[in-house]
Design a protein around this ligand. Structure first.
Ligand SMILES: NC(=O)C1=CN([C@@H]2O[C@H](COP(=O)(O)OP(=O)(O)OC[C@H]3O[C@@H](n4cnc5c(N)ncnc54)[C@H](OP(=O)(O)O)[C@@H]3O)[C@@H](O)[C@H]2O)C=CC1
Ligand SMILES: N[C@@H](C=O)C(=O)O
Length: 262
């Protein structure tokens, strides 16, 4: 009998993370749940142990606190049963750019960028050494859309996409699978937590549909999975345009249009 890898999921107390926990439990994977709300994770863990007969550990952590983050990193480094990391914990942006305080900027950037990077860095050497393992990073289509006015949030999600692509380049050949999942508006608490009434959004995906679609991409070993993107060629076109742009970067001289006029 093969033992399925344990899945460590951050932000597992609600929304997308809790739904990943449920889906991976149904597939028979043991779980480690990470978030701040211990009572909520214990309830979920009790239900999943009973429903799916899997081992579920609860690891409470405020990932914006260095000591808590270090504990989760240590678990990822030392627990060889963990074979899948789902970097899902994240927060939305409350208010416009000019309303941000230094603290709110630090928290948002840390949770959405530093934390997934540090956790990936904690587990990657072990996965690379083993020649297997998966890192799933939850980005957002907002990372494509500065027009939406969620400047810092969108920038963090653009970072998550780049991080995932870079990790794929560095770790893919070593047997480590990396997936970026880019949801659009999905029915979770992130909206109320950031002061947005979800009922004002024109369209919202249900969280179960989002995670099931993301897992279709996971099973196909897709690098980038965008469940709400209905025309897949749009992504291919964007990627080709990016590669075309790079082929016209010649670093020895400035382009003709920037040559000072005599
Ligand atoms: N819902 C949407 O429309 C979209 C969401 N996303 C992304 O999906 C991911 C999950 O969000 P979603 O499920 O929607 O929202 P939720 O608010 O439901 O979930 C966020 C999770 O992150 C945890 N979390 C928040 N702050 C911290 C912290 N400081 N330390 C540890 N855990 C923390 C929360 O748990 P606790 O409070 O217990 O700590 C919760 O489990 C995020 O990265 C988000 O950016 C992307 C695109 C669209
Ligand atoms: N979670 C949303 C913004 O706050 C999104 O990424 O669509």
């Amino acid at each position: 009998m093969t033992t399925l890898p344990t899945v460590l999921i951050t932000g597992a107390s609600s929304g997308i993370g809790a739904t990943y926990a449920e889906r991976f439990a149904r597939r028979g994977h043991p779980l480690v749940l990470v978030a701040r709300d211990q009572a909520r994770m214990e309830l979920l863990a009790t239900r999943l142990r009973a429903e799916a007969q899997v081992a579920v550990d609860v690891l409470p952590a405020d990932l914006t606190q260095q000591a808590d983050l270090a504990r989760v990193e240590a678990r990822l480094r030392e627990d060889a049963s963990i074979g899948i990391l789902v970097n899902n914990a994240g927060m939305g942006q409350s208010g416009a750019f000019v309303q941000q305080s230094p603290d709110s900027i630090d928290r948002l950037v840390m949770l959405n960028t530093t934390v997934p990077t540090r956790l990936a860095a904690a587990v990657a050497p072990r996965f690379a050494q083993a020649g297997q393992g998966a890192i799933v990073n939850i980005g957002s289509v907002v990372g494509f859309a500065p027009e939406l006015g969620m400047t810092i949030y969108g920038a963090t999600k653009a970072f998550v996409l780049f991080l995932s692509q870079g990790l794929h380049v560095e770790l893919g050949a070593k047997g480590v699978y990396v997936q970026a999942v880019l949801p659009a508006a999905t029915r979770t608490e992130i909206w109320s937590r950031s002061g947005v009434d979800i009922n004002t959004l024109p369209e919202v995906m249900e969280v179960g549909e989002l995670v099931d679609a993301a897992l279709v991409g996971f099973d196909r070993k897709e690098l980038v999975t965008i469940p709400p993107l209905h025309v897949a060629q749009r992504w291919d076109g964007l990627n080709q345009a990016r590669q075309g742009l790079m082929s016209d970067i010649r670093q020895a001289h400035a382009a003709e249009r920037y040559q000072p006029q005599a």
